[in-house]
Design a binder for this molecule. Structure first.
Ligand code: BYC
Length: 324
């Protein structure tokens, strides 16, 4: 690396250390840009794919109130995807490129959305566990070093907190209901618990991106630190539901002041992120179909924008001539 490049790197790291936000037009190492494009676009894809498992239950919500809540939540997720795609675009990648990466399988999205939603209780479990995990991961991202990502996350987190509360309240109702409802609630918790723990990513010593992401303050906490916070939070909250977590090894450790938990099935995680989870193919097919079906909308919007631009430029030429 020549001296100027070294100086730029040093200045960049100093700015990060001083907690100054990096903005799109600032100098940044190419690897920082690529890491952010990867993480933000994958985060955006997760929001959009994440609409599918819950969207599956909108027509079958048990009451008007529950339907309205679920509709609002799924719409929020579409909004989160859009803020995040916009933040990624400021780094010089187009939205079409990001979609292409998703459709071709090059870009990942969160492993959690490759599991099926089998009962209404899954809507509660997703809200409580999946959004609960998402909040723990995303609140620190409000202070991430890249300005547009940090600002997008502020609004996302406000909405996520409502998502988690509605999920917990949904399960609370079921947990106080009939025996069948209680069983449905426990079954959903059993199925979503371990995949929720996998959302935080591989163990720290097997996380190739963490070192640089922590140095650049893209990530503020490691995967294992956040996972532990999540276990500690949920192990307490579940007591209010009078349900149990499907982990016989879950125990309070008086020395560490944290809950110990059992072994995560990392082979399952690997399979899911390699495309072999229960719903990977179905999820990707649904997105590709939506892209193809939306072709005419994109075409119409492009033609309309070109027409508007032409009219504007003609009007400007006309008024310029008038004033001469
Ligand atoms: N699933 O080096 P690592 C939501 C990949 S949306 C799939 O630790 P990093 C919600 C990782 O990408 C939730 N892949 O990576 C929406 C990397 O592969 P590549 C989404 C995973 O980036 C609707 C490789 O494994 N949240 O909340 O330092 C309804 C090695 O990992 C996963 C975000 O995206 C996974 N779980 O750390 C309800 C938050 N974990 O890319 C809820 C933003 C890891 O090198 N993202 N991989 O090929 C992050 O905070 C970080 O990207 C992660 C991973 C902590 C997820």
């Amino acid at each position: 690396m020549d001296q100027t490049a070294n100086q730029l790197q040093d200045q960049f790291q100093q700015r990060i250390d001083l907690e100054q936000k990096i903005e799109p037009r600032d100098w940044m190492p190419e690897k920082y840009r690529q890491t952010l494009i990867r993480q933000i676009s994958q985060h955006a894809h997760s929001e959009i794919i994440g609409m599918l498992p819950e969207g599956n239950w909108i027509t079958r919500a048990p009451s008007l109130k529950r339907k309205a809540i679920l509709l609002a939540k799924v719409q929020d997720e579409a909004g989160h995807g859009l803020y995040l795609y916009s933040a990624a675009e400021t780094l010089g990648i187009s939205r079409d490129e990001m979609y292409e990466q998703l459709h071709s399988g090059k870009a990942k999205y969160s492993s959690i959305f490759n599991y099926p939603t089998l009962s209404w209780a899954d809507m509660g479990a997703i809200g409580w566990l999946v959004d609960g995990a998402a909040i723990l991961n995303q609140v620190p991202l409000c202070r991430t070093s890249f300005g547009p990502y940090a600002r997008a996350m502020v609004r996302v987190c406000k909405e996520e907190s409502f998502h988690q509360r509605q999920g917990f309240e949904c399960l609370l109702q079921l947990s106080r209901g009939s025996e069948v409802q209680r069983q449905m609630c426990q079954d959903a918790i059993n199925r979503w618990w371990w995949p929720s723990l996998m959302m935080f990513g591989p163990k720290d010593d097997e996380s190739p991106n963490s070192k640089l992401s922590m140095q650049w303050k893209i990530k503020r906490f490691s995967n294992d630190e956040l996972r532990q916070k999540f276990v500690d939070m949920i192990a307490e909250q579940i007591k209010l539901l009078n349900m149990v977590l499907p982990d016989p090894d879950l125990t309070w450790n008086e020395q560490t002041k944290h809950y110990d938990y059992g072994a995560i099935n990392w082979e399952e995680f690997k399979q899911v992120i390699q495309g072999n989870g229960p719903c990977n193919k179905e999820r990707l097919e649904a997105r590709k179909k939506a892209w193809t079906n939306g072709d005419w909308v994109r075409e119409a919007a492009t033609v309309h924008a070109a027409k508007q631009a032409k009219r504007k430029s003609e009007a400007q030429t006309f008024s310029a001539k008038e004033t001469q």
